[in-house]
Design a protein around this ligand. Structure first.
Ligand SMILES: [Zn+2]
Length: 160
């Protein structure tokens, strides 16, 4: 007999399947217990035009960061982002003007800092990690990978 505890279910009520059985649309990085499964999240997110922006920014002297910014999140997706370490911030303007306090154009933002003199292969490994996280998030959105934008900023999207 299989036993199910509270940790065995997503908050939508669907059982949490072993990672080998979820067809690659949930990864070990994703919080699962207490959050919607990817299918239910996609359904909940159809009401929102959510986009994911991936950029590199100068953060401090000698420090740069890969930055993920997520626009127009529904409440369940916002909770999911917070659990992944995203913070509610103002959208960035460009590579040299990172986000500040939350204002008229809020986003969920996550930064991956690195020293600008870091060896290239470490930067490339970090870049792969950022891409993986962007595509993980996309699995929870109805428009999938079409929601992911590299080297583009939310302001550019909104101005169109
Ligand atoms: Zn579900």
């Amino acid at each position: 007999m299989e036993r199910f505890g509270a940790d065995s279910f997503h908050s939508c009520g669907h059982p949490i399947l072993p990672l080998a059985d979820v067809a690659g649309d949930e990864s070990e990085y994703a919080p699962r217990s207490g959050f919607f499964c990817s299918r239910c999240m996609q359904a909940a997110q159809t009401a929102f035009d959510t986009h994911i922006y991936v950029n590199m920014q100068q953060i401090a002297p000698r420090m740069a960061a890969f930055v993920l910014e997520v626009t127009h999140s529904g409440p369940e997706f916002a909770e999911f982002l917070a659990a992944l370490g995203f913070e509610f911030r103002q959208a960035s303007i460009n590579e040299l003007e990172p986000s500040g306090e939350v204002g008229l154009q809020p986003v969920w933002r996550k930064e991956f800092w690195f020293e600008v003199n870091l060896q290239a292969h470490y930067v490339i490994a970090l870049m792969a990690r950022i891409k993986e996280e962007a595509y993980l998030l996309a699995d929870y959105l109805p428009n999938g990978t079409a929601a992911v934008h590299f080297l583009d900023f939310p302001a550019a999207y909104v101005d169109v």
